[in-house]
Each structure stands twice: as C-alpha cells, then as structure tokens.
Design a protein around this ligand. Structure first.
Ligand code: TXA
Ligand code: MG
Length: 344
C-alpha cells in the first residue's frame, strides 16, 4: 500500500473523510499526539487499526467525537461526574471512561462493557470527525511499543506502507497522550496521567480522584490492569533507557563516571553545558509542559543519533510531570537508579 502525506487543508480533510467513510484508516493530528483513526462503529474498519499498529487485540481504543450530542448511542449513560468533566475540559486532552453504548463496535472496547471517549480540541481532528460524520476510534499512530508520534514525519516512519493517508497538521502542542479517567466505578480513578492534572480533575469534581497503582509503579506478575494498555511495553526506543533519580549534581557525577562511547544524556536545558556526553534535551527543568511536548521526539532522537544507553534525568512525578514520569519509566522498562542511595 502506498501512504500519502497531505497537508491538513480543506482538500486533505475532505479526502480523509471519504477514506474513513469507506472503512479505511487515516492518521490525523490531535493536540496530544497523532492518532490512527477509523470508523468506531465498524468492526472491519477498526480491525485495520490493530493490524497497522501490530496492537494486541485486548487493548481497547479511544472513541473521538466533535460534539456532546454524538454521545448518544456511544455510551449507555453519561454519569454526572462525566458531564462535569466534559463541561470543564472538552474539547481538550481528557478521555473519560463511561458505560459502553450499542453503537460502538465491539472490537473498539476489546470485550469490556465500558468505552473511552474524548473530544479533541485540534481543529483538524474536529474537522475530520465533522466532515466524515463518524465517531472515530483512534489510538496513537505509532507501531505498538514505540514512542507515540508528535509530528507527521514520525507517523510516516512508523506507518509508511501500512495506511493510505497521513494528514500533516504540524507538531502536536501537548506532546503526551490524553489524561484517562474512569467514572464507571464508584470512585473516579485516574488511569493515565496527562496534561490535565489530578489536581485539576479534583477541583472540578469536588472530590478526591484515586490514582491507579500502575501509573507510578510496575504491575506485579499476574496483577490485573485496570486499563489494559498499562501492562504492555511502551514508548521504548531501541536504546537502553535508564532513569536517574536525584539532584542535578548527583546526575552529573553519575553520567561523568559512566561516560562511555554510545552513552547519551536525556537532560534538561540547564544541564547540557556540564555533561561530557552527547545530550538530547527535554526542555527546562522548571517547565513541565515543555518536557511533555519534547518527550517522545527526544526518545526518537536518541535512536536517530545512535545512542546505546540513555541516562535520563528523572522528572518530579507531580502536576504535568506525572505524565512525563509515567511515560519515561515505561520507556526505561522500570530501570531506575536512586542516585543518593547509589552513593552510600
Ligand atoms: O491523546 C490520546 O488519547 C491519543 C490521541 C490519538 O487521542 N490516543 C491514545 O490512544 O493515546 P491509545 O490507544 O494509545 O491509548 C488508549 C489508552 C490505552 O492505555 C487503553 O488501554 C485505555 O486508553 N483504554 C481505552 N479504553 C478503555 C476502557 N474501556 N477501560 C480502560 N482503559 C481503556
Ligand atoms: Mg498509544
């Protein structure tokens, strides 16, 4: 199959809508990452997403809509908490898990009786949904296990020859995937951290939001994942990524002691000048939003530059930093060195 890369102008959007109506897949920009979209009401169309990504069949997809009235039939009910969250954060980078309605193809939810719904704020994503007249199932447009794509070029690298069309809408502004919260259980629970933080969700809901264990820790052998995506290897470049936890000084000392050929540092802007190895920068230490925006591009850059081992300076797991931390520990396959302890 030949993959076309077209600008996300009116003609490109109209072509994308036509392909989607015909049951094809199309990669589209969203404010978080690029998504690989297909008609969420068709098992056949959705099967093409799983095939193109090499995605395990038991990992459910997010359904994207452009207006609240499209929820009808996609969900069985809109719980009060979901309504409040939608009012506050849609359109935007928040996915809400609700009871599944009959319109959603079974393959989307991988056998679960809940469905993940998001209303993206990116004008191109919204335009494609409106023009096609379809709810769109769309996971991140990477090959399963690799870092999510934040540009059309990254998407092409993963999807060339596997899908008919990629719409180029420039670089994604948020850079990490949407925050995922479930309101299908008694206590609202954060399943995946993102740009919308736990604190923001709690403020709108007026109650505490539980944090799924798998966000900051590795699932134990045999432990059930509340969100199936949590159990898979994720976001990994070819290089061996190791997270170093500690102060700027401790980080620098450790990297200096391990400065062999093939060693790269994934560090903050402020640290580059003091490190003796090639650096891939991930934004300023103070600027968590910039770190989120840069993260996946930085992981891809490590591979492009031939890194063998990447020592990444661990971010603080709070605010938007929780999303960065959550993706990085998976990219590192949970290899973390506690620097202050390592010194003893
Ligand atoms: O920002 C985003 O959310 C991007 C863009 C394209 O919208 N999409 C995205 O999709 O990140 P994906 O498939 O890469 O991640 C969806 C996550 C997975 O971890 C999946 O397991 C979880 O959401 N999920 C989907 N449906 C679920 C459900 N019914 N219950 C629990 N988790 C669910
Ligand atoms: Mg993904």
């Amino acid at each position: 199959m030949q993959t076309q890369l077209l600008p996300a102008n009116e003609a490109g959007i109209a072509f994308a809508a036509r392909l989607l109506q015909e049951g094809q897949t199309v990669a589209i920009p969203t404010e978080t990452v690029y998504g690989l979209a297909a008609d969420a009401t068709s098992n056949e169309a959705v099967a093409k997403i799983f095939a193109a990504k090499g995605r395990p069949q038991d990992n459910p997809l997010i359904v994207h809509i452009a207006a609240m009235q499209e929820l009808e039939g996609l969900v069985r009910t809109v719980p009060a908490a979901a309504y409040k969250l939608a009012q506050a954060f849609w359109p935007g980078p928040l996915t809400i898990i609700m009871p599944k309605g009959p319109k959603v193809a079974d393959a989307v939810c991988a056998g679960l009786d809940t469905v993940a719904i998001r209303m993206p704020s990116h004008p191109v994503a919204a335009a494609v949904i409106k023009k096609s007249g379809l709810p769109l199932a769309a996971p991140s447009a990477n090959r399963s296990g690799l870092p999510s794509p934040t540009t059309a070029d990254h998407t092409l690298r993963d999807m060339d020859g596997r899908i008919p069309l990629i719409l180029d809408g420039g670089a994604c502004k948020v850079g990490v995937e949407s925050t995922v919260i479930t309101v299908a259980a008694d206590t609202p629970t954060l399943l995946r951290p993102g740009y919308i933080t736990k604190e923001q969700l709690e403020q709108v809901l007026g109650e505490p939001v539980a944090l799924s264990d798998a966000i900051l820790h590795k699932l134990k052998e045999g432990e059930a994942a509340p969100s199936p995506g949590m159990k898979y290897k994720h976001y990994s470049p070819k290089a061996n990524v190791i997270l170093l936890k500690g102060s700027q000084q401790a980080y620098r000392e450790y990297v200096c002691q391990h400065a062999e050929v093939g060693v790269f540092a994934m560090c903050y802007d402020e640290e580059v000048s003091s490190l003796p190895v090639p650096c891939v920068v991930c934004g300023s230490r103070q600027d968590e939003a910039a770190q989120a925006r840069r993260l996946f591009a930085a992981l891809r850059e490590c591979d492009e530059k031939g890194a063998v081992t990447v020592y990444a300076h661990c971010p603080k797991p709070t605010g938007v930093g929780m999303a960065v931390y959550n993706r990085l520990i998976r990219a590192a396959a949970f290899q973390v060195v506690e620097l202050e302890a390592a010194k003893l």
